[in-house]
Design a protein around this ligand. Structure first.
Ligand SMILES: [Zn+2]
Ligand SMILES: [Zn+2]
Ligand SMILES: [Zn+2]
Length: 279
């Protein structure tokens, strides 16, 4: 499998859209891995995680053929992960060639929101929407996907995902505070089925904030590190598994180099936009 990080920032981007705090200004000077778009990823060039607001920019920067994407998993419907107008620009009037048909899976609330947004625009074109239940395992082409319940804005049924292909496995977890016990149990069931993760990506939005001060829907560096280590303690990792953090907020996360140092005790690396991992 190949994982391409399309974005690694929290909701407002990093540097943030309208901010001149010391982190944002320092990131503007240093550039490179310190310029972070909103969190999303592309797997094997054909499976998209989150129809986010920065797709056009990443397609230009990384020279991507987004028309080849056939499968989409949507974590939740917050605006930093879902730009509904994207569906409009897949319509015949906006493309001269026909993009691959999308099969998009997300929680019932996520699918409801997308359907609601598409309502005024006629029937959805070139996309099949499918609601999945938390902890449901489903197939998207060659990928076996399990939706895991995230601890986030619970009104909108947020999910994160275990994605398997050809005996390889990725755990992708953004927008979740410390995981629910039922989520750990579901991971235990994956283990019983023989799944061991080769790559684990866990959010660290709240960075250096002390844990009790961080809102429940996100994690600090310490909480992120603990979850990576706990996966190992529970026997859920493949030999040589690689560990990443993402979804960084300018409020609580320093520049890339400093995050690298802060996460190194956990053997976790900060991801950056454009990072490509083959596993
Ligand atoms: Zn987010
Ligand atoms: Zn800022
Ligand atoms: Zn969110």
């Amino acid at each position: 499998m190949e994982l391409l990080f399309l974005g690694t920032a929290a909701a407002e981007g990093y540097p943030a859209l309208f901010c001149s705090c010391h982190h944002c200004d320092a990131a503007r000077v240093s550039g490179g891995p310190d310029l972070r778009r909103r969190t999303a990823a592309l797997i094997d060039g054909e499976l998209l995680i989150d129809v986010g607001p920065d797709l056009l920019g990443v397609a230009h920067t990384f020279n991507l053929h987004l028309d080849r994407i056939a499968w989409v998993v949507q974590t939740h419907a917050h605006a930093d992960h879902l730009l509904e107008s994207t569906f409009t620009f897949r319509r015949a009037g906006f493309t001269a060639t026909e993009p691959a048909h999308w099969q998009l899976c997300g929680s019932s609330k996520t699918i409801e929101q997308i359907e609601h947004a598409l309502h005024g625009d006629g029937a959805p074109e070139r996309v099949t929407l499918r609601a999945v239940q938390p902890f449901e395992m489903f197939q998207l082409g060659p990928y076996t996907v399990t939706g895991l319940r995230a601890r986030h804005d619970m009104r909108i049924e947020p999910l994160f995902y275990a994605i398997e292909r050809d005996g390889r496995a990725l755990l992708w977890a953004n927008d979740s505070g410390p995981w629910f016990e039922e989520t750990w149990q579901a991971l235990g069931q994956l283990k019983q089925r023989g799944v061991r993760f080769n790559v684990v990506v866990i959010e660290a939005t709240m960075g250096t904030l002390p844990s009790p001060e961080s809102p429940g829907g996100h994690m600090t560096f310490e909480e992120c590190g603990w979850h990576h280590e706990e996966l190992g303690r529970r026997g859920l990792l493949a030999p040589g598994a690689r560990h990443f953090a993402h979804h960084f907020s300018h409020h609580a996360c320093p520049l890339h180099e400093e995050i690298t140092a802060l996460l190194s005790p956990y053997r976790v690396q900060p991801a950056y936009d454009g990072l490509r991992i083959r596993f």
